[in-house]
Structures are given as C-alpha cells and as structure tokens.
Design a protein around this ligand. Structure first.
Ligand SMILES: [Zn+2]
Length: 146
C-alpha cells in the first residue's frame, strides 16, 4: 500500500497535473518527528464529521506509520483513505488533510498547525456543494474563488 507523507503546509501535488500553491498539506504524518499536543474536542469532532463523507473520496486503505512504529501489525495499522479539505482563512485555498488525521490526533497526539485549527473553528466552508473535480479544475486554471 502506498504511503505518502508530507510536511505540514507543503504545497499540495497529490495526483494532480501540477502543484496547487493555494492548497497546503496538513496532517500527513510519518512515524516520527511530527508536532504533538492537545487539540480541542470540538475541533476533533468537526474533523470526524467531515471524515464520514470526505471531500476527496479515495477507495482504499493506508497504513499508519506511527502505529507500525509502535509495534502494531500492518493489519492493525490500517486506516481509511480519503481527504478532508478545509478552506483557509485569508486565502482562497484549502488545507488538504488525510481522513486518518482524526486517528493521528486521537491516538498519536498529533497537533496540526495553529492556522489549520483556526480555520477549522470557523467552520466547514471548504465543503461547498461543488464536486472535488470542479474545484480542482478551477484551482488548476488559476481561478481564485473556491
Ligand atoms: Zn496509528
């Protein structure tokens, strides 16, 4: 199973023709070296709601590297695929987080960047009614309005 890891706030380039400067990765942790701390239950709950119906649905599973590093088997380390997108504050872009970010926060105490938490608190504006493919088309075309 493919495991792709990215630093927080790196530019998004996953399965798109070219990188999308206004879309930033958040929460694609590896087994070590990620920031930890407490995250408000309210924020985690919001992420969990979004994870039920991911903005970018991808069939499949990913392996949680942090679980593997903690000694769990590959089977025990499986997390669902998919991406949650949160609209950025002060920008027309988005944060792209893996569905597994909920697991990373709950189980591994991962703490996302403050700007992501702040955007999350404002709400789920990133979940507009348009399809993922349409939003991606706009972003690739350099259109600013999400
Ligand atoms: Zn894990």
């Amino acid at each position: 199973m493919p495991v792709m890891q990215h630093n927080d706030l790196d530019v998004y380039n996953r399965s798109v023709p070219h990188a999308l400067p206004s879309v930033l990765y958040v929460g694609w942790i590896d087994q070590q070296g990620y920031p930890t701390g407490s995250v408000q239950t309210e924020c985690l709950d919001r992420l969990k709601k979004l994870a039920v119906d991911p903005f970018r649905s991808i069939r499949g599973k990913v392996i949680c590297r942090a679980c593997l590093a903690a000694g769990l088997s590959e089977r025990e380390s499986i997390q669902p695929e998919g991406e949650i997108w949160i609209q950025r504050l002060n920008s027309a872009g988005f944060y792209a987080a893996p569905v597994a970010i909920c697991h990373y926060i709950e189980t591994h105490k991962y703490k996302p960047p403050k700007e992501f938490i702040d955007a999350l608190k404002v709400g789920d504006r990133g979940r507009d009614k348009r399809r993922f493919a349409d939003v991606i088309d706009d972003l690739l075309a350099g259109k600013n309005s999400p």
